[in-house]
Design a protein around this ligand. Structure first.
Ligand SMILES: [Zn+2]
Length: 160
């Protein structure tokens, strides 16, 4: 059977299939898109691969899972079993994160970290404000940024 895709197209399709966006990623993408901003997802900037990259503004978003990136919230608490193992693993991740942030900053890029625990229906206004401030766009009062699909997903019991 002939390959209907060019090599380039195929690899981009394969990438898209392989990477399934998590709900937090979908929500942030939807917000940014609805703010009228063009972005790339999972694109390299130097050696780091942020979740959302806005080349025009030299701004990126990291959407960090609280556990994996060692947030100070309840979700970031380490389990009692294998504590040492997790501590090592997460310390390494945090170190890598810091290096990535430093590299971006020193090259004139700005980044915003969004924690998984910030993405909650009842905290949505705060999150939208935070994103607007970071992107330096005027708040669009009364404009619902989230599309229906995402809203209904959020309504399904806040499960992220
Ligand atoms: Zn958290």
């Amino acid at each position: 059977m002939p390959d209907i895709f060019t090599k380039e197209k195929r690899s981009s399709v394969m990438r898209a299939v392989k990477h399934k966006d998590t709900l937090p990623e979908l929500i942030i993408q939807s917000l940014v898109r609805d703010m009228g901003i063009d972005y790339e997802r999972e694109d390299y900037v130097f050696n780091t691969k942020p979740d959302i990259v806005i080349h025009d503004l030299k701004k990126v978003f990291f959407i960090n899972g609280c556990f994996w990136h060692g947030h100070t919230c309840r979700k970031g608490k380490l389990p009692e079993t294998n504590k040492e193992y997790w501590e090592n693993k997460i310390t390494k991740t945090r170190k890598r994160d810091r290096n990535n942030y430093k590299e971006l900053k020193s090259n004139g890029w700005n980044y915003l970290v969004i924690w998984e625990c910030e993405i909650k229906k009842k905290k949505l206004d705060l999150l939208i404000n935070k994103i607007e401030r970071f992107l330096e766009i005027n708040p669009r009062i009364q404009k619902g940024y989230l599309n229906k699909e995402i809203k209904s997903k959020l309504q399904e019991g806040n499960k992220l």
